[in-house]
Design a protein around this ligand. Structure first.
Ligand SMILES: Nc1nc2c(ncn2[C@@H]2O[C@H](COP(=O)(O)OP(=O)(O)OP(=O)(O)O)[C@@H](O)[C@H]2O)c(=O)[nH]1
Ligand SMILES: [Zn+2]
Length: 237
């Protein structure tokens, strides 16, 4: 496993090498897909760019890979809803970037370990306890390659779609200014409410909509406010 999110001190060689870009029509809209070789590990990375993102204030989602949630619509977590809501928000905004971070599967522990951790959760552990029970860190993600991809794309500062304060800190450590955190709140499901509560209580994620769900109030939408907020129920175009 790679080094955990070390700060960029200029002494390391760049880890993101642009290899290819092409137009990619999706159900959400037409993006420029940009492929990178991640020289820091073994991963190949991809960013989806919409509109002109150079300069200040692009709406950005750093999406950690989640095969089960993103591809199969698993209700164990909120990843699939966030991916869809993030892409929809970028298209609505007219410009933005989604960096799909491979190597982040299971918060950096890998797919098989994540599946083992999910099995332990079915037996009663929470998502943090499960990682630790496997002898693995609660979060092993590194954001250096994400920062380098944003630099390569000419992004100077970002409005970051995330509920995780550590992502903002990591990006700033790697020299990307974050001017705003845009909530990306997905309506909790029976199957993931415990997982989401654990993220709020043990990992410090900003998930204020859970309070509404707990009090039985109508949560309204899938999102927080701000121009970049996203609606996870919105079907792709
Ligand atoms: N270890 C572990 N990882 C999980 C589990 N469920 C989902 N994941 C992974 O968690 C990652 C997403 O992290 P989250 O904590 O859900 O959210 P985040 O990316 O930190 O924060 P946001 O930007 O707000 O989405 C993805 O890489 C998933 O593969 C689980 O039960 N255990
Ligand atoms: Zn997930």
């Amino acid at each position: 496993m790679r080094e955990i999110d070390g700060a960029s001190d200029g002494s390391r060689p760049p880890v993101a090498e642009r290899v290819v870009d092409l137009r990619l029509a999706t159900a959400y809209g037409d993006f420029l897909a940009v492929g990178y070789r991640d020289g820091n590990g073994t991963d190949e990375q991809m960013a989806l760019v919409y509109g002109d993102v150079t300069g200040e204030g692009a709406l950005v989602r750093l999406h950690s890979e989640c095969l089960t949630g993103d591809s199969f619509g698993s209700r164990h977590c909120d990843c699939g809803g966030q991916l869809s809501a993030g892409l929809s928000a970028i298209v609505r905004e007219g410009r933005g970037v989604l960096v799909y971070l491979r190597g982040h599967e299971g918060r950096g522990i890998g797919l098989l370990a994540k599946l083992q951790a999910m099995k332990l959760q079915a037996e009663g552990l929470d998502t943090v306890e499960a990682n630790l029970a496997l002898g693995l860190p609660a979060d092993a993600r590194d954001y250096q390659v994400a920062a380098e991809i944003l630099h390569d794309l000419g992004v100077r500062s970002v409005r970051l779609m995330s509920n995780n304060p550590l992502k903002r800190e990591a990006l700033q450590r790697h020299g990307v200014k974050v001017t705003e955190e845009v909530p990306l709140l997905i309506t909790p499901q029976e199957e993931n409410i415990f997982y989401l509560r654990t993220k709020r209580e043990r990992l410090g994620h900003h998930l204020p909509h859970l309070e509404d769900a707990e009090s039985g109030a109508e949560t309204g939408a899938e999102t927080g406010g701000g121009t970049g907020s996203a609606d996870g129920t919105e079907p792709p175009r």
